[in-house]
Design a protein around this ligand. Sequence first.
Ligand code: ZN
Length: 448
Amino acid sequence: MTSSAATLKATSPAVGARIEKIELATGAEIYRLMEKLYPICRSLTGAGQRETLAILRQVIDLTIHEVPSGTPVFDWTVPREWNIRGGYIKDASGRKVVDFADSNLHVMGYSMPVHRRMPLSALKAHLFTLPDHPDWTPYRTSYYREDWAFCLSHRQLLEMKDGEYEVHIDASLTNGSMTYGEFALPGERAEEILVSCHICHPSLANDNLSGIAVAAMLAKYLSSVPLRYTYRFLFTPGQIGSIAWLCRNESTVGLIRGGLVLACLGDAGGFTYKKTRRGDALIDRAVPQALRDAGQDCKTVEFSPFGYDERQFCSPGFNLPVGCLMRTPHGCFPEYHTSADDLTFVRPENLGESLMRCRDIMRLMDGDRTLINLNPKCEPQLGKRGLYGSIGGAAGGRDRELAFLWVLNLSDGEHALLDIAERSGLSFAVIDDAARELERQGLLAEKE
Ligand code: ZN
């Protein structure tokens, strides 16, 4: 099977032939999508990936790619395909004390198949629990080392008496392929904005069904609005997926002008933005501005070569301007990578707010442009054009007048609209509106 033969072609709407305006999904709609995806056992590869992407295809017309096991991708190799049908630990009486059917977290991801009897003392080397949170089951994987294990609550472990147990993991690790989804929305320009999320976690909600669901709904929304940039959405297994995508698309990644990795967007915490490796990319300024304009706090943290797929996008050989938007970052909430990161941990209102902010960020990225004042010698007379003084104390009137003056003053070809918003302290939307009005009045023209 070749990767091209296994690629499902999807059609994206052509520029100028966009479908009717789609309303931004509500938090409840995002949450419903998460509910559909939650029960699926995902991993780096396997049936869970395909089932997940098939559900996302009901939202957006994804292209689904299959990369054969064994394919070299830079210093890595696409792993064998892992599929699991079940797994349990039975006590001497034949009672299942741990069962994959109860939670897909119970079997460590990428566990080798096993079926044997062993005493508890030996079995313990293959059991993971969280003594500090005795009711929670941890999430563990063993992607690149052949091993097997069960994850269970510490309370379950304490109830297991000494004696012999039967362990069975009905899984397979075979040559197959790694699956990922891609959705491109052509804009006026070939330059791209990238949005990426990881789709390799089983029943975990915040990390990262929240990122997947928000990304899908953002893509759906953007498919109905005019776009300057081309937008590309990636739904890939963590790390190996982005490595494979970068390897397969190396010749065109130079088109990427900005991007965001989306993760952990459903919890109640405030926003955290992790900057790009460059630290001064457009996205590094667009995210704080968009959140400030929405009256929302945003903690900004510097880049580090740890975390999600920004590690790969920002590796030195690519150094792409891709940051990461989260609410509470991975590892900073106790529920992270445990069974407590479930559907009760994320709230529709947080998801809805995250989607709105992602839309704002994209709107800002897309709307940032550089204009030139066509009447740069002294101020043009705004009053005679009905742009000045006529608003007479109307709420927001002063901001609007200030915005005209700022836009005219700084539109010397050296400053883009985001520069003007930052320097003036006005919102990007006010600056953008002023620029559009001045363009209509023939006072500004876009820089070629
Ligand atoms: Zn994770």
